[in-house]
Design a protein around this ligand. Structure first.
Ligand SMILES: [Zn+2]
Length: 182
């Protein structure tokens, strides 16, 4: 459905999403300079390989930068993702974790942090079928920091767990992340 003001609907939920006004589309295009078209990014093949060594410890890939745009306010969401998983039969090429995040975040479609977090967790889960995994996002939302309530130090943290990632494992994950920061 075309927007009367000539805007476009970039929302993934189709008709349920709000239609963008012309000024939104302009701001969005400016914000997303360098973002890759969805079709291009989502087509890339992700490489996983057999866990021949039967590694059963935690694999953590942290500090993966991403940026996307808030579907409510069009402005940027920028932050870091931290991924941890306990492998089952497959291991993933480490750079592939960043590719998956790129394929969900650095595209021209707008989103919200909660959905992005779920999508990255689901995609990793689908490819790896691990014993368990966790994906944490810590992000700054310009709609919160640079406009409106202007809470410049505010960050939003979300986490998604798939499979078994119980208390002890979570503790180990956070301890190892902290260690990395010393
Ligand atoms: Zn927003």
């Amino acid at each position: 459905m075309a927007c009367p003001a000539g805007g476009m609907n970039y929302n993934k939920d189709g008709d349920k999403g709000r239609l963008l006004m012309v000024k939104d589309v302009k701001a969005f295009r400016e914000n997303r300079v360098g973002a890759l078209p969805d079709e291009f990014v989502l087509k890339k093949k992700i490489v996983a390989f057999p866990n021949d060594i039967k590694y059963k410890g935690l694999v953590i890939v942290d500090n993966i930068e991403f940026s996307t745009n808030c579907e409510h306010h069009v402005v940027a969401i920028e932050g870091l993702m931290h991924v941890g998983y306990i492998p089952n039969k497959l291991l993933i090429g480490l750079s592939q974790v960043a590719r998956i995040i790129e394929s969900r975040a650095n595209v021209t479609t707008m989103t919200i942090q909660e959905r992005l977090n779920q999508e990255v967790a689901d995609e990793l889960n689908k490819i790896l079928k691990p014993e368990g995994l966790i994906v944490i996002i810590i992000a700054r939302h310009n709609c919160m920091t640079a406009r409106g309530v202007r809470q410049r130090n505010s960050q939003t943290t979300t986490s998604c767990i798939r499979g078994k990632f119980d208390g002890d494992l979570r503790m180990e994950f956070f301890q190892l992340l902290n260690l990395r920061r010393k």
